[in-house]
Design a protein around this ligand. Structure first.
Ligand code: RIB
Length: 315
């Protein structure tokens, strides 16, 4: 395999959604109607959010995915381009509308999200071909679960075949992952809910997250990073485990904090930071993102991460 002389490209293969965001004093109970205070449409989708996060930090970033032939789709592609993401791999599909996410955010910055995949649900062979032709050894491929699982698995295989590294954010959570999937993953980054669903353990704190991370490594992932929000992140790699504390910030909106983490992690690894440094940097990116409303709109510039992480070693 020929070595890649250029800096690695981060390829994001995944979803693009228009986020329909309602701000509310508190999140509604099932069956309850409450009055919100504010409504906005904002670019989102876990895939596109991760792409914007990486590009805003200065990484060479490209996106492969699908939107409908509609205004939301056009706006999402334009937003990616404005953030510096190469978006020629995003197809406009006449067969389905652009994906949307109905999001409620309360005054503490917590959220609930319902995603209707639309065109994201039609991601398949053509998209995998577009990804495969772009990959070079040493590149990074970022995957999530808002496009069909078969496509995610095929993209991971294509990435491994080209010598690219695979980072999977297993969100939204699912408990039906086949055993062979884990062996194609270099880094798996579940949050508390996702890791509980995948392992069957009840993950509530750092010790249980460490145990779950170890189990993921035993299943075949090279590195597991369990994202615990305010509790930081727990990393399991081979026989080693460590904890990265979260930066103490005032959260106004936690939507896409996990995406900010993954985009930051990929950007750091593309700059050849080691694992500890990359996780510390990713945590600072996530912390910066929760201080600003929205998904892509909250992804920080490099200078904001540096200011927030000025007491850390690697920001
Ligand atoms: O991770 C946050 C994202 O989840 C939102 O932008 C929404 O589109 C859903 O995909």
């Amino acid at each position: 395999m020929t070595p890649n002389p250029a800096p690695p490209t981060i390829h994001v293969f995944g979803s693009l959604n228009m986020d329909l965001v309602c701000r509310t004093p508190r999140l509604p109970q099932p069956g309850e109607t409450i009055l919100g205070t504010h409504f906005e449409t904002l670019p989102g989708g876990k895939g596109a959010n991760q792409a914007v996060a990486a590009a805003r930090l200065g990484a060479s970033t490209a996106m492969v995915g699908r939107v409908g032939e509609d205004d939301f789709g056009r706006q999402l592609i334009q937003g990616l381009q404005q953030a510096g993401v190469e978006a020629r791999g995003v197809a406009m599909d006449a067969g389905a509308p652009t994906g949307v996410a109905a999001i409620a955010v309360d005054e503490a910055g917590r959220n609930t999200i319902v995603v209707v995949p639309g065109a994201n649900g039609r991601v398949g062979d053509d998209d995998i071909d577009r990804l495969a032709t772009r990959l070079r050894p040493g590149d990074l491929v970022l995957l999530q679960f808002e496009v069909p699982l078969l496509a995610v698995m095929a993209a991971a295989k294509a990435a491994k075949a080209q010598g690219a590294r695979v980072i999977v954010d297993p969100a939204p959570a699912r408990d039906d992952l086949p055993a062979e999937f884990f062996k194609t993953v270099d880094i798996l980054t579940p949050n508390q809910i996702e890791v509980s669903q995948i392992t069957g353990l009840s993950v509530t704190d750092i010790p249980t997250a460490t145990e779950a991370g170890r189990q993921l490594v035993q299943r075949g992932v090279a590195i597991a990073i369990v994202k615990l929000g305010e509790l930081g992140a727990v990393v399991a790699a081979g026989d080693r485990t460590f904890h990265q504390p979260a930066l103490p910030v005032k959260a106004v909106d936690t939507v896409a904090a996990g995406d900010a983490f993954n985009g930051g992690l990929a950007a750091a690894l593309a700059e050849a930071m080691d694992l500890e440094a990359a996780v510390e940097f990713a945590s600072a990116v996530a912390a910066a993102s929760v201080m600003v409303p929205g998904a892509q709109s909250s992804m920080p510039e490099r200078s904001q991460v540096a200011a927030l992480g000025r007491d850390l070693k690697h920001c």
